[in-house]
Design a protein around this ligand. Structure first.
Ligand code: NDP
Ligand code: GDR
Length: 371
């Protein structure tokens, strides 16, 4: 039985990957940060009581900023595969906490690699690094592939650039099986609430159910190549099953704008919108409501506005990946389209919004945290 260690197991990808590996028969270990709340919602359904006989899923307290802790966990687990998914992963937040982002995302990766080497596991343990399309930043070529030059545009992307190269360096210097998945944006109903797709599906669902009036967004022109997290974690595992380690771009090869994602989400909720105005004055106004998912909305309502505080000091305007290499060498193709993913996300957020609306109707207070 293989053992895998996942950093960031409580995050979107970590939770899907843990599920995937458990189904493949792995013993899965995850590193979880200590917080004042449990913060294990995404993995609660696979949680196993450590008192059970022969549990397959184990959680360890830890942090990518703590070398001794990482070394101890690696020594204890002796994993065959390490998936380094843990990160301060929000690009906008990285402008506010650049040093912390560098510590976790860049030096955290070094700490793990060095701990593997220090423990003499460099020939046993295979290492996956969660690299990102943000490395391309100010794009030098369209579409972006493995050979496209990097031009990072945020403290997050600069930190991830260090992590990318230190992974390559440990492969070349010490013969480690270490590789980078350069993943383009991928989403799901488990996506963090402040990333734009989830902010939109959650905001539209809440508006549809009368829990909120208006959704405030930043740059509506930004273009992204959005895929589904389930497809992308499958590829993370595939990358560690090859004969030799190699870095791959993982993307769908299609892009749409933030505005288009808003339109798509509204449609899924039974709301038709029309966009008018430009830049900070752009709004989306309701032109029709169909079905019974949106009792909180009327024709003529303005349900989306632009708030410049969501603009970034430096923006990545367009990202479009070329997954040809992954298809040719690994036979990987994404199975879930952006439309299907959007439908799944809206349906999930509508269900939550309906529960909240029902609670509110019966006099319970419902907190609708926004950002
Ligand atoms: P999430 O933000 O959902 O999850 C990040 C995980 O990292 C969480 O489990 C978080 O813990 C953990 N984490 C944060 N800081 C630390 C720390 N100091 N020590 C240990 N763990 C920490 O990200 P995703 O699942 O979406 O992404 C997974 C990885 O892939 C990240 O590295 C991200 O940068 C990268 N990536 C993501 C893409 C995407 O579109 N989703 C695309 C390309 C790359 P907690 O739950 O406690 O906050
Ligand atoms: P990104 O994802 O920065 O690409 O990083 P995010 O969803 O945050 O932004 C995508 C684009 O939408 C624009 N945008 C907004 N973004 C947010 N968060 N909130 C808004 O209100 C808003 N309005 C417009 C952004 O400016 C941007 O252009 C994600 C993360 O998962 C990274 O960890 C990962 O590496 C990359 O994807 C690939």
């Amino acid at each position: 039985m293989k053992k895998a260690l996942i950093t960031g197991v409580t995050g979107q990808d970590g939770s899907y990957l843990a599920e995937f590996l458990l189904e493949k028969g792995y013993e899965v270990h995850g590193i979880k940060r200590r917080a004042s709340l449990f913060n294990t919602e995404r993995v609660d359904h696979i949680y196993e009581d450590p008192h059970n006989e022969n549990p397959q899923f184990h959680l360890h307290y830890g942090d990518l900023t703590d070398t001794s802790n990482l070394t101890r966990i690696l020594q204890e687990v002796q994993p065959d595969e390490v998936y380094n998914l843990g990160a301060q992963s929000h690009v906008a937040v990285s402008f506010e906490s650049p040093e912390y982002t560098a510590d976790v995302d860049a030096i955290g990766t070094l700490r793990l690699l060095e701990a593997i080497r220090f423990l003499g596991l460099e020939k046993k343990t295979r290492f996956y690094q969660a690299s990102t399309s943000e490395l391309y930043g100010l794009v030098q070529e369209i579409p972006q592939k493995e050979t496209t030059p990097f031009y990072p545009r945020s403290p997050y992307a600069v930190a991830k650039m260090y992590a990318y190269w230190i992974t390559v360096n440990y492969r070349e210097s010490y013969g480690m099986y270490a590789c980078n998945g350069i993943l383009f944006n991928h989403e799901s109903p488990r996506r963090g609430e402040t990333f734009v797709t989830r902010k939109i599906t959650r905001g539209i669902a809440n508006i549809a159910q009368g829990l909120e009036k208006c959704l405030y967004l930043g740059n509506m022109d930004a273009l992204r190549d959005w895929g589904h997290a389930k497809d992308y974690v499958r590829m993370q595992w595939m990358m560690l099953q090859q004969e030799t380690a190699e870095d791959f771009v993982i993307a769908t090869g299609k892009q749409i704008s933030v505005r288009e994602f808003v339109r798509m989400s509204c449609k899924e909720a039974g709301i038709t919108v029309e966009f008018s105005g430009e830049g900070v004055d752009e709004v989306a106004t309701v032109t029709a409501v169909v079905g019974d998912n949106a009792p909180g909305v009327n024709v003529g309502d303005v349900i989306v506005k632009v708030d410049p505080r969501y603009f970034r000091p430096a923006e990545v305007e367009t990202l479009l990946g070329d997954p040809a290499n992954a298809k040719a060498k690994l036979g990987w193709v994404p199975e879930i389209t952006v439309e299907e993913m959007c439908a799944e996300m809206v349906a999930s957020d509508l269900e939550k919004a309906k529960q909240h609306a029902l609670l509110k109707k019966h006099g319970y207070s419902v907190a609708v945290a926004k950002e």
